[in-house]
Design a protein around this ligand. Structure first.
Ligand code: KIV
Length: 278
């Protein structure tokens, strides 16, 4: 039983979970201690998302995130993990030039950062060719359709995708094309729940939803949103399970007050010179 619990999650396990109707639990993480907590809590997939840029690095959106930043944080996460499947997110412009450069960038997540797979946004014809090439190079790929945050400059705003019939049909086709190109799972972001249900029913590979309702094969959230450790706007689909922001603010304030009052450090947190001669 214990042995089974700690066996590392491998990509075929995700397919089996879908077939058994067992939900896949995914979260993002960007550092060692968080990844350790998630891993020990039994999270199946840890995505080192390029949301890193917004929730950790303070960028306005995900566009400025670099390969170096993604590799740095993916390494920290992978060092902490024993069981979860670690997936690295391909940042903007790491897969927009040549096929060679795309494969070189994707392989860095596996070779340097010890991730087991990569995620890539979009499903254009060119993107599908790249996914096929990555899979051919033994790089497992997770797809991502619906709202794709790296398209922010073209879309102009983050909003639900697939509300209109034409767009819904396109997203269904995108998801099917990703599966055909070899993606082992597909993230559905910010789409109506009925659309997510339809796609989940049509695909053999698992769907992982974020803002896509309850019918996906799994769910993912940004860790900082889940624990209330972000100051920015939270979309409707985010459920805050804790309010770390105020817990941290309270602790820091108390520390400041105690230092000011000379109450910290006290006896219990100080050392004394040894009386024994060496
Ligand atoms: O970057 C990210 O964290 C993501 C997930 C929210 C799916 O793409």
């Amino acid at each position: 039983m214990t042995e089974k619990l700690f066996a590392p999650i491998i990509i075929p396990d995700l397919q089996k979970k879908k077939e058994r109707g067992e939900k896949i639990i995914a979260l993002t993480a960007y550092d060692f201690p968080t990844a350790q907590i998630l891993d020990e809590a039994g999270i199946d997939i840890i995505l080192v998302g390029d949301s890193l840029g917004m929730v950790v690095l303070g960028y306005e959106n995900t566009i400025p995130v670099t390969m170096e930043e993604m590799i740095h944080h993916t390494k920290a996460v992978a060092r902490a993990v024993r069981r979860s499947l670690v997936i690295g997110d391909m940042p903007y412009f790491s897969f927009h030039q040549t096929e060679e450069l795309t494969i070189a960038n994707a392989s860095r997540f596996l070779k340097e950062a010890s991730a087991k797979a990569v995620k890539i946004e979009g499903a254009s014809a060119k993107r599908l060719e790249l996914i096929e090439a990555m899979v051919e190079a033994e790089i497992p790929v997770m797809g991502h359709v619906g709202l794709t945050p790296q398209s922010i400059n073209r879309l102009g705003q983050f909003k639900v995708r697939g509300g209109e019939l034409v767009e819904a049909r396109r997203i269904i086709q995108d998801a099917r094309n990703l599966e055909k190109a070899g993606a082992f799972a597909v993230i559905l972001e910010c789409v109506p729940q009925d659309l997510a249900k339809t796609i989940t029913g049509k695909l053999k590979v698992p769907t992982i939803g974020i803002g896509a309702g309850p019918y996906c094969d799994g769910q993912i959230l940004v860790f900082h949103d889940l624990v209330g450790y972000s100051t920015g706007y939270n979309p409707r689909f985010v459920k805050k399970y804790a309010d770390l922001q105020s817990v941290i603010a309270m602790a820091v304030k108390k520390y400041g007050e105690e230092v000011k009052a000379g109450a910290f450090p006290d006896e219990a947190h100080s050392y004394h010179q040894s009386k024994r001669k060496r």
